[in-house]
Design a protein around this ligand. Structure first.
Ligand SMILES: NC(=O)C1=CN([C@@H]2O[C@H](COP(=O)(O)OP(=O)(O)OC[C@H]3O[C@@H](n4cnc5c(N)ncnc54)[C@H](OP(=O)(O)O)[C@@H]3O)[C@@H](O)[C@H]2O)C=CC1
Ligand SMILES: O=C(O)CCC(=O)C(=O)O
Ligand SMILES: [Mg+2]
Length: 745
């Protein structure tokens, strides 16, 4: 439970998958330490399961209702409070298949939840669907991120990467890997953008061929707000997919699709569905009507086909499966998510998420995994050209200069425009799949048409909003970061983009509000910006990227994965517009593969470095805001402990039997306690930590052995989306010695 306005409080989120498991081990340590300094750490459960339960509280028993608090609403309120101090771990942004899996699991645990209705016709089904829609996709981050984004690799983390570099795949000049994107008919080519000179209620309207007007949405826009509209042609998209498939077949290059169906929860599943229909064209041509009857939805991937045909007689199922296999004969090889289990790139829309998948491919010599489990050159298909081009730039760069060298390369931190649901990531309620030909237009309340597009049946039309205070704050944050780190900053704004032209005017205006004397600030198109950043980077030089929301997301995985091997090691801060702070842990996700490893062999390779960094800043901010010297000291000690942990290479290993997440938490606790025991700023606190430091130091070997002994056999978590917390506790805290020592503090 969270109660706004209490000042000496940190709210720590409980989420899903690997970060949730890691919390099971780390949080008890954190709480023991902070309690000694009078700082409370409360938890707030924002897991997908918890959000589902909150949406259906009315159907639960009194006991089950205890779990069904709408924590997201509470946290949303908290973000507006200047004292907000929130630690946000990555959570699942569920695709429909994930949502269904979570519902099935909860039902099996005795929660009376309705099935997810694929098609909602009755009022009841519509109500159910709209409740589930609130849980779908990236539903947490847009609510909590009430500020812009500041993500960087702290110096200690860069030093660690230089000392213990991760592996980097070699690049060959002969590599056939590349990024491919639409040259026409995509959002980029149709984008229009305006800035509102006065507040107004605008209407998004569809006008059919007979002139009938349908108001799709009315929305209030503020003065100074940037409003964009654009569409992707369904025909052009299908032609594009077909071309990429033909080319791959001819050139013997593997085909892969990279979208962000989780964050772009309305438009990208549709794009994904087009890819499925084109790749398996013969199957959909032949069985389209049957699939329709069965309720197959290609937007949910081939998993939907396999799932729905289960109700058919065996012989018919086999016939369809054969038809699917026949497609593989004449189509190019497709990249696999799991070659052992036969899971392809088109199985589920949330398996391949572009921000993490493209850097992983580039780090891996531009290759992905094929059906035979071997890595191969790949055409990375990303329909929307707006941002896809940056990946081609990086691929070209690696082909020319070879792979990046983590021991010498500089860093590219990011200042991202994110506040107030800026740009594409706030467009879901303004995205429409056309059901007939006509005109989409944006109209002022007085009837003036601001923008319009001729669209066809199946096209995806969308609008994006960017609010003026968000832009103003973003410019300020960029200037502050550039000054504080004495690093050049580049605003990535493309003159060819209608939206960026509007933004550029604002950037040029708001830069004048600041003292920029001596700063190296520039504005460049994306291709030039990434090229210059990479050229500087291989010379060991740092360059801040100041970008919009999508590039923020892409670049904060792309550069960290090259520099640090993972974006989990990033410090990720959201200074809230209202004065509070959210400290996100790392920049990556919830690492589903890591959970599988725990279930199979009880080894958690999740690195909680992001949590350590976030907590230190959270404590430091608390110290500064409340003039709390103990909090500042705790932060300083935690930073020192994190530095020592990195120096001594006590991060988790990937292999069973070696130090894992739990072991690294032990070392953090030991170093943290040692620092607090030895410091002389606060004698009382030192006295409290002396016995703890002593006990941890003396029992190091015993604790590490107890932690190691727990590994090597399957672990029962009692659930995936909604695990049994008592079981998680026992799996994540297997050292009695460590638990007893912590309890004695
Ligand atoms: N902020 C948020 O809330 C975010 C949430 N997500 C959600 O996370 C889920 C998974 O997304 P996905 O794109 O697969 O990205 P992930 O970042 O979860 O995974 C990509 C890979 O990165 C590595 N990795 C990530 N975090 C860590 C860590 N802390 N320690 C060690 N390695 C790490 C792992 O590599 P390896 O397996 O080789 O060890 C992992 O498999 C989705 O549901 C997505 O919506 C995604 C991004 C951000
Ligand atoms: O909200 C999400 O789904 C993912 C967020 C993300 O990838 C990011 O902010 O880097
Ligand atoms: Mg991301």
């Amino acid at each position: 439970m969270t109660t706004p306005n209490s000042e000496q409080k940190i709210v720590y989120t409980l989420t899903d998958e690997a970060p949730m498991l890691a919390t099971g081990s780390l949080l008890p340590i954190v709480r023991s330490f902070t309690a000694a300094a009078g700082i409370k750490v409360e938890t707030s459960n924002i897991s997908v399961a918890s959000r589902i339960l909150a949406g259906f509280a009315d159907r639960l028993t009194d006991e089950q209702k205890q779990e069904a608090t709408d924590t997201l609403v509470e946290l949303g309120e908290l973000t507006k409070d200047p004292s907000c101090n929130l630690i946000k771990l990555p959570n699942i942004s569920a695709s429909i298949p994930q949502l269904k899996a979570a519902i099935t699991e909860l039902q099996s645990q005795g929660y009376d939840l309705p099935d997810y209705p694929d098609e909602a016709t009755t009022d009841e089904e519509k109500d159910i669907q709209s409740r589930y829609a609130k849980v779908l996709g990236s539903a947490v981050n847009p609510v909590l991120r009430q500020g812009n984004s500041d993500r960087r690799a702290p110096p200690a983390v860069k030093a660690f990467a230089r000392k213990f570099p991760h592996s980097m795949g070699k690049w060959s000049k002969a590599s056939q890997s590349h990024a491919d994107y639409m040259r026409d008919g995509d959002f980029f080519s149709s984008e229009q953008s305006i800035t509102m000179d006065a507040a107004d209620d605008v209407r998004i309207e569809f006008v059919d061929k007979s002139g009938n007007v349908e108001v799709k949405k009315t929305l209030p826009l503020e003065a100074g707000e940037v409003f964009d509209s654009m569409f992707m042609s369904a025909k052009a998209l299908d032609t594009f997919f077909e071309r990429t498939l033909q080319e791959c077949k001819e050139d013997g290059v593997m085909w892969s699709l990279h979208v962000k169906a989780t964050m772009m929860k309305v438009s990208h599943p549709i794009v994904f569905g087009h890819a499925v229909r084109v790749f398996y064209r013969e199957v959909f041509d032949k069985y389209g009507d049957l699939f329709e009857q069965l309720g197959v939805n290609p937007n949910n991937g081939m998993a939907s086909v396999y799932d729905k045909i289960k109700t058919l007689p065996q012989s018919q199922q086999e016939e369809i499966e054969e038809a699917i296999h026949a497609c593989y004969e004449h189509r190019p090889e497709m990249a696999m998510v799991d070659s052992v289990k036969g899971i392809t790139n088109l199985h589920i829309p949330s398996d391949v998420i572009v921000d993490a998948s493209m850097p992983a491919m580039i780090r891996n010599s531009g290759k992905m995994w094929g059906r035979d489990g071997k890595t191969k050159d790949t055409k990375a298909v990303m329909p929307e050209s707006t941002y896809a081009r940056i990946y081609q730039e990086m691929i070209n760069f690696c082909k020319t200069n070879g792979a990046f060298d983590p021991t010498t390369m500089g860093t590219v931190p990011n200042v991202g425009l994110m506040a107030m649901k800026a740009e594409e990531y706030g467009s879901h309620d303004k995205t429409f799949e056309m059901t007939q030909d006509g005109t989409m237009r944006v109209v002022k309340s007085d009837g003036t048409v601001l923008m319009q597009h001729e669209v066809e049946n199946g096209d995806i039309w969308r609008a994006c909003q960017t609010k003026d205070p968000a832009v103003r704050d973003w410019v300020k944050l960029a200037v502050t970061r550039s000054r504080q780190s004495d690093t050049p900053a580049i605003f990535w704004l493309d003159d060819e983009r209608a939206h960026d032209q509007q933004l550029r005017l604002k950037v040029e205006k708001y830069l004048q509000d600041h003292d920029t004397d001596g700063l190296d600030l520039s504005i460049m198109d994306y291709n030039s910006a990434i090229r210059i950043s990479m050229e500087r980077m291989i010379r060991g030089k740092d360059t801040i990227s100041v970008t919009g929301n999508v590039l923020r997301d892409y670049l904060t995985d792309l550069f960290p994965i090259m520099e640090l091997g993972t974006s989990a090691k990033m410090l990720s801060i959201v200074p809230m517009l209202n004065g509070g702070g959210m400290y996100e842990t790392g920049a990556g996700g919830s690492a589903p593969k890591h959970v599988q490893q725990v279930q199979e062999e009880n080894h958690l390779r999740w690195d909680s470095l992001g949590e350590f960094l976030a907590l230190a800043v959270s404590l430091e901010e608390m110290g500064i805001k409340n003039d709390n010297a103990d909090a500042k000291l705790m932060a300083k000690a935690l930073d020192a402990a994190t530095g020592k942990l990195l120096e001594n290479n006590k991060s988790p290993s990937r292999k069973v039997g070696e130090l894992d997440n739990r072991g690294s938490h032990f070392y953090l606790a030991m170093y943290w306690a040692q620092y607090l025991a030895e410091q002389t700023e606060n004698a009382d606190l030192a006295k409290r930590f002396v016995p703890l430091a002593k006990a941890l130091t003396e029992n190091e070997e015993k604790i590490i052995k107890e932690l190691a002994d727990a590994q090597g056999k399957p672990a029962d978590l009692g659930g995936y989306y909604h695990p049994d917390m008592a079981k998680v506790d026992s799996v994540m805290r297997p050292s009695k010695t460590l638990n007893d020592i912590l309890a004695s503090l």
